[in-house]
Design a protein around this ligand. Structure first.
Ligand SMILES: C=C/C=C(\O)C(=O)O
Length: 277
């Protein structure tokens, strides 16, 4: 969808996109958008997502990659869905390794641990294989995805999360790139802690069978839509285990075998000046 096509998008698509972007802008959640869209119509939900992505690009934001969502059976169960989806990653969503997320930056954050891949060659084919992915990937990194929902209480079905840029929020990449050669991404084991307590565990196989298979699904899907993965793109391949709610003051750390560790902190909210006196 080009910027010109966005302007011509159906009124229900524009209304859903406006509802979500207003929630993001004001920091106030909105009701589910599924009631505005044809029931279960995933293509229309992606059109809503595209409207807000095009608006972001028009406002000067830069796409740096894609996220895959809903890859783990645990997350699919948590959200009551049965297929993966994808969303856009913008440069302003990147948080430095061990960085701090400012209070109030997100509406209802939750954290997931994932394998990130950095793509070194374009992937233009609509039938992308795992071998294509292996040849194209420059390196892997451990990552945290901080998902968020503009929809109140995370009351989402597949259409809602697709329209809402796959419930994306922010992401953190670990600091040490690992070449794929010799890595068994299906076999990696992930443990994520919040304040030192284990809150999520999983393996590479829990991500659609393998993070490489998930990446092949994404590359095929995007190429089929005429918007392929390109050299330099970051791919967050999807949660390896259940997501965990984040509150002010929380510190998350994920360790993924063969890949290393990655951490993030959520700032403590301070009372406004004079409040509570
Ligand atoms: C609602 C978001 C889910 C994901 O991002 C995931 O499963 O990775």
């Amino acid at each position: 969808m080009t910027a010109r096509e966005v302007l011509k998008a159906a009124p229900d698509v524009v209304k859903a996109a406006d509802t979500l972007s207003e929630a993001a802008r004001t920091g106030r959640t909105c009701p589910p958008v599924r009631s505005l869209l044809p029931e279960g119509d995933i293509d229309t939900a992606y059109a809503v997502q595209r409207v807000n992505v095009e608006r972001g690009l028009a406002a000067g934001r830069r796409i740096v990659g894609r996220k895959i969502g809903l890859t783990s059976p645990a997350v699919q169960r948590q959200l009551g869905v049965d297929q993966p989806d994808f969303g856009a990653l913008f440069a302003d969503m990147a948080v430095p390794e061990s960085g701090v997320v400012a209070a109030g930056r997100l509406l209802q954050p939750k954290v997931e641990a994932e394998v990130a891949l950095v793509i070194g060659a374009d992937l233009p084919h609509a039938e992308c294989t795992v071998a294509d992915i292996l040849r194209a990937v420059d390196f892997a990194l451990p990552a945290l995805e901080i998902v968020d929902s503009r929809i109140e209480g995370w009351d989402i079905r597949l259409v809602d999360t697709v329209a809402d840029n796959a419930s994306s929020g922010l992401f953190v990449l670990g600091g040490t790139p690992v070449p794929l050669s010799g890595l068994d991404l299906r076999g990696v084991r992930m443990t994520m802690t919040r304040g030192g307590e284990v809150v999520s565990e999983g393996t590479g196989a829990d991500c659609l069978g393998s993070p490489l298979g998930a990446a092949a699904w994404l590359a095929s899907t995007l190429a089929g839509r005429g918007d392929p993965l390109r050299a330099g793109d970051v791919v967050l391949t999807g949660a390896l285990g259940p997501m965990a709610v984040a509150a002010p003051g929380d510190r998350f750390e994920a360790r993924i075998s063969q890949l290393g560790r990655v951490a993030v902190e959520f700032a403590v909210e301070f009372a406004a000046e004079g409040e509570g006196l």
